[in-house]
Design a protein. Structure first.
Length: 457
């Protein structure tokens, strides 16, 4: 018998099914079903013979899914029903007992929590790998100079090592966000039933221990309606993808003929269909383009979840495609970023020449006047005037005459100014904690390696 007097409309079946994307949860569904069957037997809800029949059938289903020989039926609505159908075909009447004391609501929530926990751990490990590549690159280019930019205008020179390490600290923050997302999956939903609990004396702690959950969800209503952990993963992924987009943007700029700071490895670039000379930084460009895609998944799931009355609503089926695509996209981007940085060849002479423009020592010259007792705002105006004179006459600051320097401020001693404009002094004067002076960068490298080792894996 069925509650319904007519079959589902074919269009509704297409709208309603999730098998096309949720089949990737089969590993987690099999593990969950094993733990559930063992618990049911331990609590004497089913007999040992039924348990053994269920476990044998689940083993067979797992083997079929792993080998790609599992036969999906036309009316399999999702991976959970497909597995249960096949377990019943193989296990007979015992198969019909697998769904005792659970609902698809708590079953799906548990599978998604397990998937999210694994995905967050994988993302954290991929971040470790990329951060390690960046630290190695920073160490290999410790004292190579490069212009630092604001508004994409040359601002102050820095060491390339200092610049690369900026991304390491971004990534380490990302890793902590993924650790937080994983921690939000710690409460087991299974056992909540459809929403109110189940009519059996189940041992949820036993299932939680087998499946790696730290505790059971305290409230059955919250357990089946909670997708906060998916939002937490997507939030971490959106921020991480945004960081990767900034790295990609710089690689695109730096690898252009106009900058010429870096040559990207052939393995991570593409050619042109009509221009044989082209070497396009497509992987780096895609790091930029993928970020809004991941951010959109976060926004979309917030849209799905907002205003939903408790508890489960079919809207929540939409959590998976947003989650799965974000996971796959971020995995690709992290691997691509690591590959590009590992194979990148930086041009020391080109970067040094760009950093040698003494106009970007203007702040250092202003600070030099501060040390002579001139208020900073006055110094700013004095040096801005010198910059204007140099630019209008097509000269550098170092090419201004002694008379021009003295006329700008009596505290300016030409010999001291020319010593100051020696390139290395611009960088080595930045001795504040976190600055670009080599001593500070060396400290930072040690700190970065220690931070990377903490919670690694």
């Amino acid at each position: 018998m069925s509650r319904f007097s007519e079959p589902q409309d074919p269009v509704f079946r297409l709208l309603n099914t999730s098998l096309g994307f949720d089949r990737r949860l089969w590993h987690h569904d099999i593990a969950q079903s094993r733990a559930h069957a063992r618990m049911l037997a331990a609590q004497r809800v089913i007999g040992d013979e039924d348990r053994d029949a269920l476990l044998a059938a689940l083993d067979a289903v797992e083997a079929e899914l792993a080998a790609g020989t599992f036969g999906f039926a036309e009316d399999d609505e999702d991976i959970h029903m497909a597995i249960e159908r096949r377990v019943t075909e193989l296990g007979g009447r015992a198969g019909g007992k697998l769904h005792t004391a659970r609902s698809r609501n708590d079953q799906v929530a548990t599978d998604v929590a397990m998937f999210t926990r694994d995905a967050a751990g994988h993302a954290a490990r991929a971040i470790d790998a990329l951060a390690g590549v960046l630290i190695d690159a920073a160490e290999a280019h410790l004292d190579w100079t490069v212009p630092g930019y604001t508004h994409l205008q040359r601002a102050q020179p820095v060491y390339l090592s200092h610049h690369l390490l900026a991304y390491v600290w971004m990534l380490l923050r990302d890793r902590e966000r993924f650790r937080f997302a994983a921690a939000q999956t710690a409460a087991l939903p299974l056992g909540a039933g459809a929403l109110a609990g189940v009519n059996f004396d189940t041992d949820r702690e036993m299932v939680a221990a087998e499946l790696g959950f730290e505790r059971v969800a305290e409230n059955s209503i919250d357990a089946v309606s909670n997708r906060d952990f998916v939002l937490d993963y997507l939030s971490a992924a959106a921020t991480c993808a945004t960081h990767l987009s900034r790295l990609g943007a710089e690689l695109v700029l730096w690898s252009s003929e106009e900058f010429g700071f870096v040559t990207l490895p052939d393995a991570w670039t593409s050619g042109s269909s009509i221009m044989p000379q082209k070497k396009n930084p497509d992987a780096a460009e895609l790091l930029r383009a993928k970020a809004p895609r991941v951010v959109a998944h976060l926004s979309a799931l917030h849209g799905v979840m907002h205003g939903l009355a408790l508890t489960y609503n079919k809207d929540m089926q939409e959590d998976k495609e947003h989650l799965f695509d974000a996971v796959d996209t971020l995995d690709l981007c992290l691997a691509a970023a690591a590959g590009m940085i590992a194979g990148a060849r930086f041009d020391r002479e080109r970067m040094s020449a760009a950093a040698a423009d003494d106009l970007i020592a203007a702040t250092d010259l202003a600070d030099h006047l501060v040390k002579r007792g001139v208020p900073f705002r006055e110094c700013h105006g004095i040096v801005a005037g010198l910059v204007r004179v140099a630019v209008d006459s097509g000269r550098t600051l170092g090419e201004l005459t002694d008379d021009e320097l003295r006329a700008a401020a009596e505290q300016l001693v030409p010999a001291e100014v020319r010593d100051l404009l020696a390139q290395q002094s611009w960088l080595e004067s930045k001795v504040s904690a976190g600055g670009t002076a080599l001593a500070r960068v060396r400290e930072q490298l040690v700190a970065a390696r220690a931070a990377l080792a903490l919670h690694a894996g």
